[in-house]
Design a protein. Structure first.
Length: 302
């Protein structure tokens, strides 16, 4: 490649001539090339045989048929870049919606340190619903096991007591009915907030927050300590009710009074349903709801 002004040799891609300082225009680059095979490809203008190669404008390749990516968002994106980014964005969305029990465990640890902001986080986390059901279910199961353990330690030697029947009905069925009654608790609270107080409430978001608040029911496992059986049983439900009150205030825009009324309605439904399921010889409720006040429940004889 040569300078069009002084004819000095230039390195490929030079912007200025190293000899005369002339700016090298991209339209007038001189180079010695063999004669063109087809006329009209470039113009011959240099008496020394140098050929001037005019740069041709780049021609945009037509886009493949189909709708342009990014049109729905109001902007146009490079087709190849968007195609490459799309699988990763799908993976990010899938990862964001997948249940994360480790995150739930971290929130429970923060809640044990009285960090009530976890209720707002759980409300806004779409993946918190399933872990919330797990927390509520495990807590109710532990409360049910506490009642069964009390029966084992207190009356296990009595041949008239059918411990296996009690386990099957109170622990297994009682846990299932207990989780359903807890869901009714959440539903009733959400209905009161939405229809009575006109507070916008999402059942999913409220359940995600209230699932963490059900954790104190796990204290019912300590019901096997005979002198404190009733204290641990009733206290577990009461602690869950108080923490649920806090969760409602944190995860909704309801006033404390409105949250109290909504929580009371849900708690009443929860207690009434389980009390009816556990009364007499049914024993279809967990923990304290299946254990009668007598030390030797007559419903377990014969």
């Amino acid at each position: 490649m040569e300078c069009p002004s002084c004819g000095a040799s230039l390195r490929e891609g030079a912007v200025f001539c190293s000899s005369c300082g002339q700016r090298i225009s991209s339209q007038t680059i001189q180079t010695r090339v063999p004669p063109p095979s087809r006329a009209g490809d470039w113009d011959s203008s240099d008496e020394e045989g140098a050929e001037t190669i005019p740069l041709r404008p780049a021609v945009a390749r037509p886009s493949p048929p189909g709708p342009a990516l990014g049109d729905s968002a109001g902007g146009g994106f490079d087709d190849g870049a968007e195609r490459g980014a799309r699988p990763s964005s799908r993976g990010a969305r899938a990862g964001a919606s997948a249940p994360d029990l480790s995150q739930t465990g971290a929130r429970l640890r923060r809640l044990a340190r009285f960090d009530t902001s976890v209720f707002r986080e759980a409300r806004d986390d779409p993946a918190a619903l399933i872990p919330a059901l797990v927390v509520a279910g495990v807590s109710i199961l532990l409360m049910a096991l506490g009642g069964w353990l009390w029966l084992q330690f207190k009356l296990g030697e009595n041949p008239l007591i059918d411990s296996g029947r009690f386990f099957f009905r109170s622990v297994i069925f009682g846990t299932i009915f207990g989780v359903a009654a807890w869901a009714g608790w959440v539903w009733a609270a959400a209905a009161v907030l939405s229809y009575m107080f006109r507070r916008p409430t999402s059942f999913r978001g409220l359940a995600g927050a209230l699932g963490l608040a059900a954790a104190p029911m796990a204290v019912g496992l300590l019901m096997f300590i005979d002198p404190l059986r009733t204290a641990f049983g009733v206290g577990a439900v009461a602690a869950a009710a108080m923490l649920t009150q806090t969760a409602m205030q944190e995860s909704t825009d309801a006033t404390p009074g409105e949250a109290f009324i909504a929580n009371s309605a849900g708690l009443a439904l929860f207690v009434i349903v389980l009390a009816l399921l556990g009364r007499g010889s049914a024993n279809l409720a967990p923990g304290i709801f299946s254990l009668p006040s007598l030390d030797i429940p007559s419903s377990l004889f014969g």
